[in-house]
Write a protein that binds this ligand. Structure first.
Ligand code: PBG
Length: 336
């Protein structure tokens, strides 16, 4: 039996969901997720030279800085409440060799930047990138032998890279190379070299993505890369495989898990969080940043609103934190 609109007893609207959206105060009471400056890890680009900064064309608003300028930038970020910074080196063709030897030199630009940040802001958490691509003549994350990106020899080099970064003061290691077995190899080297407290944030579900384009400009890799990274980075079609990778990396000693890129892969973030309940991070990569900023520059999107909405989406999907080039701008807005 249905009630007619003219009935003496009108239909009971027990679930008017708009009731709780009626005012800002009510909305704030039932808000499920919030963004904080402490959710951000800020990726920065460092380069050789002195007292210089240069803009990155495909990432408007993002700068490459010389090492002598990175301490001050880190200090500003820390003052905004950003707890962690992630260092990426810009390298030119002269820095790149077949044996990638610069990767484990304490004097490479990334390792000098780690020391500069630790000197300027000892309390800031410094994260690194572990992969051979900035130092490799062909732009790959691993050694190339007869056209193949070889796994085990690469892992040995990544271990050397990791130990040097730790000796320079790194707090969190970020293996982004997607070789098999690298987490276990790095973890056991850390244990045997008396670094039991160093954290590994594994780039676990890292997809072979076209969204990394602007980053490769930023680090000087666009012209270096021959071929693609599909034999080691994941197929964007796969989700089950990501769960196997998470299980493996946790088993090998990873403390935290990353999903990358971010916004197109929020389903993976949610699955990792739901199925493993471990600290889960997402990387809002260069192409995601570039899309938002380019649309805003054209007047097609509102920069600040879209920035904040995109970042909040990561929290809703289950991320504990976000690597984002927006970190300083978003932290400023959150603090204002
Ligand atoms: C390199 C590395 C890449 C990114 C982070 N580390 C690029 C790649 O895998 O080719 C991409 C970050 C971004 O696009 O913002 N190992």
């Amino acid at each position: 039996m249905t009630l007619s609109l003219n009935s003496k007893f009108p239909p009971v609207q027990s679930t008017r969901l708009r009731r709780l959206r009626a005012t800002p105060a009510l909305r704030s009471m039932v808000c499920e997720n919030v963004l904080l400056p402490s959710d951000f890890i800020w990726p920065v680009f460092v380069m050789d030279g002195t007292n210089a900064e240069e803009p990155i064309t495909s990432m408007p608003g993002v700068m490459r800085r010389t090492v002598d300028r990175i301490g001050a930038a880190a200090k500003d970020a820390y003052a905004l409440g950003i707890p962690a910074i992630c260092v990426f080196p810009h390298t030119n063709m002269q820095n790149r060799t077949k044996d990638c030897a610069l990767a484990w030199s304490p004097e490479n630009v990334a390792n000098r930047a780690i020391r500069a940040i630790k000197d300027a802001v000892p309390d800031m958490v410094v994260m690194t990138d572990i992969a051979l691509d900035p130092y490799n003549i062909n732009g790959h994350d691993g050694f190339v032998e007869n056209g193949e990106i070889v796994n085990d020899r690469t892992v040995e080099a990544l271990v050397k890279m990791a130990l040097t970064q730790v000796e320079c003061g790194a707090d969190i290691l970020g293996p982004s190379d997607m070789m098999d077995g690298r987490i276990g190899a790095i973890r056991s080297a850390l244990e045997s070299h008396a670094h039991p407290n160093v954290i590994i944030l594994s780039y676990t579900a890292k997809y072979a993505s076209a969204f990394y384009g602007p980053f490769r400009d930023a680090v000087g890799a666009s012209t270096a890369l021959t071929g693609d990274k599909k034999t080691y980075q994941m197929d964007p079609a796969n989700s089950e495989e990501a769960m196997r990778l998470v299980a493996r990396d946790l088993n090998e000693g990873a403390d935290m898990i990353m999903v990358k890129p971010g916004m197109p892969y929020l389903d993976i973030v949610r699955r990792v969080k739901t199925e493993f309940s471990v600290p889960t991070f997402a990387y809002q990569v260069s192409g995601e940043y570039a899309m938002i900023v380019a649309a805003a520059q054209n007047g097609w999107l509102d920069h600040d609103s879209v920035m904040m909405e995109s970042l909040l989406a990561f929290k809703r999907a289950g991320a504990d934190g976000i690597l984002t080039y927006f970190a300083p701008a978003a932290a400023k807005l959150l603090n204002s």
